[in-house]
Design a protein around this ligand. Structure first.
Ligand SMILES: [Zn+2]
Length: 156
């Protein structure tokens, strides 16, 4: 595989996540304990603007799979709003915020960034990655101020 091709395929290495989206993600992770949570972040470029909670169809503390109806509804809403899928998040209720062997083996979304929330520590640790079959690349997660309330900006 040549190096240039690899570089062109690299996704943004930094994601900007509004404070409220970040808080909702942590809240979701805590609310479904002891199970893993899962969901999507959508937006434009590196700027996340919307969170979609998905149901963990496995209802398990050690693995997750997105319940298909909630997944389809999320993608439909993204399309209607003109948003791109920017990240997939899930929690690790009792282990570190690093990809598990299962996360690497069952990576169905290629280089879409992953966010892992570890509730094994307090406060929770949140880290981002791009996954490859046998390794991962850490990405930067930047918490930013919420955008002004709707109505005060023209956003389309
Ligand atoms: Zn995991």
């Amino acid at each position: 595989m040549n190096v240039l091709a690899d570089q062109r395929e690299l996704p943004p290495v930094r994601l900007h996540i509004p404070r409220s989206v970040w808080a909702n993600m942590l809240d979701h992770a805590r609310r479904v304990l002891p199970e893993e949570c899962c969901g999507l972040l959508a937006g434009h470029g590196s700027q996340c603007s919307r969170l979609y909670e998905l149901e963990n169809a496995d209802h398990s503390p050690v693995r997750y799979s997105a319940e298909p109806r909630s997944l389809i509804a999320a993608f439909r809403d993204m399309r209607e709003r003109g948003l791109e899928l920017l990240a997939i998040y899930h929690s690790h209720p009792t282990s570190a915020a690093v990809p598990s062997r299962t996360d690497l083996a069952e990576n169905y979304y290629g280089t879409v960034p992953r966010i892992i929330i570890s509730l094994a520590v307090n406060p929770p640790e949140v880290r981002g990655y791009v996954l490859h079959p046998d390794r991962w690349q850490e990405i930067e997660l930047v918490v930013v101020a919420d955008p002004p309330a709707r109505g005060s900006i023209i956003d389309y």
